[in-house]
Ligand binder design. Structure first.
Ligand code: DGJ
Length: 729
């Protein structure tokens, strides 16, 4: 619900869970008032009181003593006396960078607008969302700004983005257009973000904010595993189930900046958006530019509450609709079994074993087009190496399909190696700077996706594979950061647009492929989770979470990503032991338990498994199939555990009639206490039967007293509990 108050000077956006309030001061200055838990009706509480401070900037407003130095601007600029981080910067033809937007009007509409060329959260029915449009303008600079705020009829989410229009007669250059800027009241906060690297993605980092600017960013061309386009400010005692969380997440797959500034008086400004260091956009008279979308998330119920808001939003309003609620096939991926050394014989043999254990999708990973068994060659022509696979991909697909499984194929469409025909014919299709040898990454260059011809080539190439009926699934990989960011097709005055144009180009290719072939399931991948972000999830229903398949390491990585993403979107594979990345030996059961709450797959040489192990895997897959419907749809919880020797997760079905709990004991520790592991999200009025052990407990008991963990002398041991509603409750 969006309501206007006080002669239309105040607007209140609310849905019973959260409220967002803004004010127009003196009919000109758009100010922030509140974002947080819902208030029934806003009547003006919390209006700031300004007082005279010496040596401050002075402004001729009806409120005495206002200084822009601490004014809570909703969409701040620099140059008017506000010296904190700006959300907008524009250069005029004259070189002047001053801009001072004034409020003009606001209006509401049902539903949620799309964002041209960019992925965005959607509302399937108009009635489920409402959008506020605010128009501000600077007639001298010739710039009009449209600010959008969408609220759904439930959950603690506000979606924001901006559209900038050139309403003048001269060309202007956008230098910085943040997707959201948010003012928070002066109090102590913790800054929470996710950092990492290849095989070590999504580590939570939390520290107390201090005066000045704290920021995380990517300038690697993609959202990156080094930092994730997410930031949350938390009240200091926030834990998994309690505390205030103000989070921002960017629906974008390229360079970003997320930052928080504590000003001299302790007020806090948080922003997320395109990284201004690698962004510029020329706007001619009449043209518009739209920013990526920022998801604002408020939870009064700690980090699980924040995650539930994100999971709900992405599962229902971002993931491709046709796959959001469809049971995901259990797959076998060839990578850790064959690496580049693939062959038709191996495919046929593994597929036969896969069929026997209940695998539904066979994925042929990298190697099928390579002239040798390394990553050095052949990337870009996308011709199958028939010495490895006589009869080509059609033959491999036929074998898999004949065995009743779906067939999936690996591509890295954005990359190219110098030995290919494509490179010889079109050296200018590669990102490079004339006169300089482009930097290689994994022996590859990158195609310049800002060029229409390049995109058409990729669409045609992928289309051919899909048209032939060969592939049901694509693993879309991308294994290097962007360097030599220059397009031969773009005029000099637009060179700073390339990073963003690359991402727009990627989205164009993805939207053409998914638009034409909506039945093809795409798994995003970027050396694991290097481009796991909400932008990609709009096109790909699942993302490979990490190249680290060690079950112990995965508990950290999957916990980190679960902050933001529904488990169904996170690929989790059971691989061989000792693990290829860490050498760690972990039981087959634990490897399965750590993967099964997520998007379950297997990535191992089935020949290296004993017949008994294959039988166990078959039983795991059968069990998973019997539960996946409610697991994929259920509510995921991270649990606070008595000490960090344990990791505990659970999923509770939507109707609260089933619950699956997985607890990992990292090391067997004789000093352990008799810790209780309390459940979350059950129905306290309902009784639950432990499906394996037969005992019946009340939901209230399980949530207040919890479970005591049996003594098992084993490192990396996983305990599981499956509770089902007892028949007589
Ligand atoms: C990186 C991916 O993350 C792996 O799963 C695998 O597909 C390799 N690339 C193949 O080159």
């Amino acid at each position: 619900m969006i309501t206007f108050h006080q002669n239309k000077q105040i607007v209140h956006i609310t849905n019973q869970t959260i409220s967002y309030v803004m004010e127009v001061v003196d009919g000109t200055y758009l100010a922030h008032r509140y974002f947080g838990k819902a208030i029934r009706a806003y009547r003006g509480a919390g209006a700031p009181i300004y007082f005279k401070r010496s040596y401050n900037t002075e402004h001729d407003l009806s409120i005495p003593h206002v200084s822009f130095d601490d004014f809570p601007f909703e969409y701040p600029v620099r140059g008017n006396g506000d010296f904190r981080i700006p959300a907008l910067a524009v250069t005029q033809e004259s070189g002047i960078t001053h801009i001072c937007p004034a409020f003009k009007r606001w209006s509401c509409q049902q539903g949620k607008p799309e964002i041209t060329g960019l992925p965005a959260v959607f509302a399937e029915k108009k009635e489920e969302a409402e959008t506020l449009e605010i128009v501000c303008e600077d007639a001298i600079a010739g710039v009009r700004i449209y600010l959008y705020y969408t609220i759904f009829d439930e959950m603690g989410i506000i979606l924001r983005h901006q559209k900038i229009e050139n309403i003048g007669t001269q060309t202007v250059k956008l230098q910085n257009v943040q997707s959201a800027s948010l003012e928070l009241p002066a109090q102590q906060y913790d800054f929470l973000s996710l950092y990492g690297s290849h095989t070590k993605e999504a580590n939570c980092e939390r520290f107390s904010v201090h005066h000045g600017v704290q920021r995380i960013e990517s300038v690697r061309g993609s959202s990156s595993p080094q930092h994730h386009p997410f930031v949350a400010l938390l009240s200091p005692k926030t834990d998994e189930t309690s505390g205030d969380v103000y989070a921002m997440h960017l629906v974008y797959s390229g360079n970003f900046l997320a930052q928080a500034e504590v000003d001299q008086f302790g007020s806090v400004r948080v922003q997320v958006g395109l990284h201004p260091d690698t962004f510029g956009w020329q706007l001619k008279p009449g043209e518009t530019f739209e920013t990526p979308e920022a998801v604002l998330n408020y939870s009064a119920e700690g980090l699980n509450g924040m995650s539930h808001n994100f999971h709900w939003l992405y599962h229902n309003h971002l993931l491709p609709r046709q796959f959001a609620r469809k049971p995901r096939p259990v797959l076998l991926n060839s990578w850790e079994a064959m690496y580049y050394d693939v062959s038709l014989d191996k495919i046929e043999h593994q597929a036969e074993l896969a069929k026997q254990i209940g695998i539904e999708l066979f994925v042929l990973d990298d190697g099928w087009f390579r002239s040798g068994n390394t990553s050095h060659t052949s990337m870009g022509d996308w011709e199958c190496n028939e010495n490895k696979i006589p009869g080509g991909i059609e033959k491999a697909a036929e074998i898999i399909h004949d065995k009743g499984m779906q067939f999936g194929l690996w591509f890295e469409p954005e990359a190219i190696t110098a030995d290919t025909k494509l490179y010889q014919q079109h050296p200018d299709w590669v990102l490079h700077i004339p006169g300089y040898e482009p930097v290689k990454g994994r022996h590859e260059y990158l195609l310049d996706l800002s060029q229409q011809e390049v995109r058409d080539y990729l669409v045609l190439m992928l289309d051919r594979y899909i048209q032939k009926g060969s592939i049901d699934y694509i693993k879309w990989d991308m294994n290097r950061p962007l360097t030599d960011v220059n397009s031969m097709a773009l005029e000099c005055s637009r060179k700073d647009e390339i990073s963003h144009r690359y991402v727009l180009g990627l989205y164009d290719v993805l939207s053409r492929i998914t638009g034409k072939h909506p039945h093809v399931l795409i798994e995003g991948c970027s050396s694991g989770g290097a481009r796991f972000d909400p932008g990609m999830l709009y096109y790909v229903a699942q993302n490979w979470t990490s190249d680290n398949t060690d079950a112990y390491e995965r508990t950290q990585i999957q916990s980190g990503y679960s902050m933001l993403y529904p488990p169904i979107s996170m690929g989790a594979h059971v691989s061989i032991t000792p693990n290829h990345q860490t050498g760690r030996v972990i039981s087959l059961d634990t490897r399965y338990q750590i993967a099964r709450l997520f998007n379950l797959g297997y990535e191992l040489d089935l020949d290296l498994c004993t017949p008994k192990e294959r039988e166990t895997i078959a039983a795991q897959i059968a069990e998973h199939k019997s539960m996946r419907k409610w697991l994929q749809d259920g509510r995921f919880y991270r649990h606070t555990v008595p000490n960090d020797n344990y990791v505990m997760w659970s999923i509770v079905s939507r109707n609260k009639e089933e619950c699956l709990v997985v607890i990992l004991q990292k090391l067997h520790n004789l000093l352990r206490s008799h810790g209780q592991f309390r459940l979350l999200g059950l129905n306290p009025q309902c009784d639950y039967r432990d499906a394996e052990r037969g005992e019946v407990y009340g939901g209230d008991e399980l949530m207040r007293l919890g479970l005591a963990i049996p003594l098992i002398k084993e490192d990396f041991h996983a305990f599981t509990f499956h509770f089902m509603k007892a028949e007589d409750t």
